[in-house]
Design a protein around this ligand. Structure first.
Ligand code: ZN
Length: 124
């Protein structure tokens, strides 16, 4: 027999992971994950301040759980990150409803856009 750690909910009909659609991440955030969420929140605020005036409604992110892309508007992104930081709970799986993909950009695009703006301002 292999000496694997036993799922504490293996025989429990009230397995909390079941309620989350089989997700295993009902655990609280680690300090590193919390730090990352704080950094992400700061990034999101900068992205929003520069991109919202351009008509960008939010970000499209690859979902680590279902492998598809999800669209998050700025308020939802901020709310999710705040919740992770304040409550130590992982992100809620709640993408925007029927988004227009042209209104959203990727995290990488936002990052590049912000870096470009900062470069331009430094050269003035
Ligand atoms: Zn998903």
């Amino acid at each position: 027999m292999e000496d694997l750690p036993r799922d504490p909910f293996a025989d429990d009909p009230d397995d909390p992971a079941e309620a989350l659609g089989g997700l295993e991440d009902g655990e609280p955030l680690s300090p590193a994950e919390r730090d990352e969420a704080i950094t992400d929140l700061a990034d999101v605020e900068v992205f929003r301040s520069l991109l919202e005036p351009q008509g960008v409604l939010g970000l499209v992110l690859d979902c680590p759980e279902c492998g598809e892309q999800h669209y998050f508007d700025w308020e939802l992104l901020r709310g999710n990150l705040r919740q992770m930081i304040d409550n130590g709970q992982p992100q809620v799986h709640e993408p925007a409803f029927r988004p227009d993909p042209t209104d959203y950009v990727s995290w990488e695009y936002a990052r590049g856009y912000v870096d470009g703006v900062i470069d331009t301002e430094e050269r003035r």
